[in-house]
Design a binder for this molecule. Structure first.
Ligand code: SF4
Length: 334
């Protein structure tokens, strides 16, 4: 790599081009991924400039509930919910309508405008879909909160029915690159994930599609996934960071360093300048005292409250952090 200041000038030039509407290519992205620790501050500085230009001071906050928890037939190596892993979530637990509505009400009372229902499992049954077709409008009317959801692999017709029921965004992560996916999941293929994202898009649903980092992927995998996300025209990218869970195949994987996470958020901000970037699962565990730096690195959204199987930060604490930073929690739905 060239001398520090020459490199920083090139980062600044690229960032200024992005601020003027440029979409950077793979070669430019690879250059950014090769930046060393000495360029870290510059990378974050420019990621923050890009965030400010396209999103101002607004930060989107959402909370999630596991509508169906555990007992999953799939074998995703990072996940505590696979029935094949020796965790506390081997058996499936399905929340009642009342429990889900009550979780939505709690999110609303906490000042969160968007609420996500997430199901474990490969897909949903017709019976579950019919239930959701009644439950989604009920939550929207009774609670007055935006409803998003992730129910596994679905086709266009199912996506359309969810859209008609009032679902705002479909959450379906790519998890990692196509190449690395086969090392992480063997029970379904990458193509079915892409097809689900395309089906949701075609049905008019917003897309909440990102992945998980710290699962043995290389920078090339991170670049591949970011470029695919860009191609799929996703509007929100949840970035999860592995919380190694006892009983899963990745239980002994070292956690990511806080600066590594911030670097990745900043790099994704350069690649996806106008797309919402959400710091999601693993934020509390992995970032420790550097929580608030995520916005300076370019994040524009957070999941607040508990995650699916791990504890998160209290919503009140997150909202305070946002206002202490001079930022503003976006109160609009979805
Ligand atoms: S990530 Fe989803 S599909 Fe994979 S094991 Fe967990 S719940 Fe099942």
């Amino acid at each position: 790599m060239q001398k520090g200041w020459i490199v920083n000038n090139r980062v600044a030039k690229l960032a200024e081009e992005i601020l003027n509407g440029k979409i950077i290519d793979r070669g430019e992205i690879e250059f950014l991924f090769l930046l060393g620790d000495e360029n870290f501050d510059d990378l974050l500085y420019w990621a923050n400039q890009i965030r400010q230009k396209f999103f101002g001071r607004k930060i989107k906050v959402c909370s999630i509930v596991p509508g169906r928890l555990g007992g999953c037939t799939q074998d995703c190596k990072f996940c505590a919910q696979s029935a094949g892993h020796e965790t506390a979530y081997k058996d499936v637990k399905i929340l009642t309508d009342e429990e889900i509505v009550s979780a939505a009400r709690k999110a609303k009372q906490n000042g969160v405008p968007n609420f996500g229902i997430v199901y474990s499992g490969k897909t949903i049954s017709e019976k579950e879909l019919q239930r959701l077709e009644k439950l989604i409008p009920k939550i929207k009317t009774e609670v007055g909160i935006g409803v998003c959801g992730g129910f596994g692999i679905i086709n266009y017709e199912q996506a359309l029915r969810l859209k008609k029921a009032g679902l705002a965004r479909y959450n379906h992560n790519l998890e990692t690159s196509r190449k690395h996916f086969a090392n992480i999941v063997t029970t379904h293929d990458y193509e079915s994930r892409i097809e689900t994202v395309r089906a949701a898009k075609k049905a008019g649903l917003g897309l909440c599609t990102g992945g998980i980092f710290g699962i043995g992927e290389a920078d090339a995998d991170r670049i591949d996934m970011a470029l695919l996300i860009r191609e799929l025209e996703v509007d929100m990218v949840p970035m999860n960071f592995l919380s190694p869970i006892e009983g899963t195949p990745l239980a002994d994987t070292p956690t990511m360093r806080p600066r590594e996470i911030l670097r990745l958020i900043a790099l994704y901000r350069f690649i996806l300048p106008k797309v919402q970037i959400k710091a999601a699962g693993g934020r509390k565990l992995n970032l420790r005292d550097l929580q608030s730096w995520i916005f300076y690195a370019g994040a524009t959204s957070i999941i607040s409250g508990d995650y699916l199987t791990t504890a998160g930060r209290a919503v009140e604490e997150d909202l305070k952090m946002i206002s202490d930073l001079g930022l503003e929690a976006d109160r609009t739905c979805a």
